[in-house]
Design a protein around this ligand. Sequence first.
Ligand code: SF4
Length: 276
Amino acid sequence: MVGSRGCPYNCTFCGAAVSANPDLTIRVRDPENIIGELDALHAEHGVTAFRFVDDLFLGVGRVIEEQMAAFTRHRIGERYVWDATGRINVLDRVTDAELDRLVKNGLREVALGIESGSDRILKAMDKRINAEMAERVARRLVRHGIGVKGYFILGFPGESRDDLKATVRHIRNLWDIADTYPGDIRASVFEFRPYPGTPVWTTLTAAGHDPDALLAYGDVDLTEDGADEAMRQRDEFNFSVGIQFGGVPLPEIRSTLATLTREQHQRNQGTKEDAA
Ligand code: SF4
């Protein structure tokens, strides 16, 4: 499902960043229209589980309020479950009562750009969050039984070994938090790739990087780090331009990525996943 188009934020790596889409206005569908589509898909195909793949579905407090009021009116949570994209700084301002209402309305998991455990790198990404806020929001979500799918980037321009270690610690800490609450936290980790039109692309090309080299994607085989099954499941994402953008050599970035992916894969075999 797509409930809205466009994003008002300007994360420097993101193709949906507002400055990368100057000709795009942000459009949000009327909640009644969204619910009409949920019901049509249910009536025609028996669908009861949905995923909102918007750039940012739970991204503006006022819109969430309108949508959830309509979802409650139509008793969506009694019939369907759904996952959605969200934003940490917005969810940080959502009250516990509002989180309860999201759960009652069927929300099962939120996909969040957590990106890094280093505040220095989060600032360079213009994420408008810090690691402590991400931890706070993730804790509140899993306490309410809402799962978190966290996206992380390794090898961002300027990332040092200490920054990378902070991200690894952040992820493991989030897993520990999830182990004490009903909701789970899943980490999805990626090697940084620059995309044309994004703010970081402009910075890199201005610093002398050749645009053709920034687009020379090649496959990366991460299976040698012993994460075969985990890596095959996400094969389509294992590509790279083969350039070291931060202070950490690419083999180290990739072996860290493989380790974290393997750990996540092992967690997926555990009891929480089985119970779900
Ligand atoms: S990463 Fe998310 S919040 Fe940031 S610009 Fe992209 S879609 Fe918007």
